[in-house]
Each structure stands twice: as structure tokens, then as C-alpha cells.
Design a protein around this ligand. Structure first.
Ligand SMILES: [Zn+2]
Length: 86
């Protein structure tokens, strides 16, 4: 489970990266939970509002044209710029 404190923190305007390898960059591939399809991060994000969660909700555009906002705390890195929803 990736927590925001592991790799970045944000202020009003910027994201500061502690470990660049853990950054979910714009254009990263996000594989769905079943591993059957993937979406691409747009670079937009907002703070996760789940109680006790300090992740970021990343804007992801999927193959079918839908947009979702998976939480970075629920992603696992599986390759260069490839993350999977766990
Ligand atoms: Zn969250």
C-alpha cells in the first residue's frame, strides 16, 4: 500500500517528491483490479477525503472513455510507470 508520506507531500501549489521512483506521473498506466484493462493518469489529482487516508485521488481516463479517481494509497507499482489497483 502506497501512502503519500512515503514519497511526496504537497503544499498549496506544488508536489514535492521524496522518491521520484514512487511518483505516479501524468501518462502513467493504471491497471484495474482484475488486470483486464488499464487507464492513463491525466496529471490531475485531489486529496483523498476518506477518513484517515492521506493518499491522493488521481484522475484516470480508461479505455472505455470513463474517468475515475482511484486513491494512490490503493496502488501498487508493477513496472516502470505502471501501477495496479489493489
Ligand atoms: Zn484514500
Amino acid at each position: 500500500m502506497v501512502k503519500i508520506d512515503d514519497y511526496w507531500h504537497k503544499d498549496e501549489f506544488n508536489i514535492h517528491i521524496k522518491d521520484p521512483d514512487m511518483l505516479v506521473k501524468p501518462g502513467s498506466r493504471i491497471v484495474d483490479r482484475e488486470g483486464t484493462t488499464y487507464g492513463i493518469t491525466t496529471g490531475d489529482w485531489h486529496s483523498c477525503r476518506m477518513e484517515g487516508c492521506n493518499g491522493l485521488r488521481l484522475t484516470v481516463k480508461w479505455q472505455d472513455g470513463k474517468t475515475t479517481f482511484p486513491c494512490s494509497a490503493g496502488l501498487k507499482k508493477i513496472g516502470p510507470n505502471i501501477w495496479k489497483i489493489i
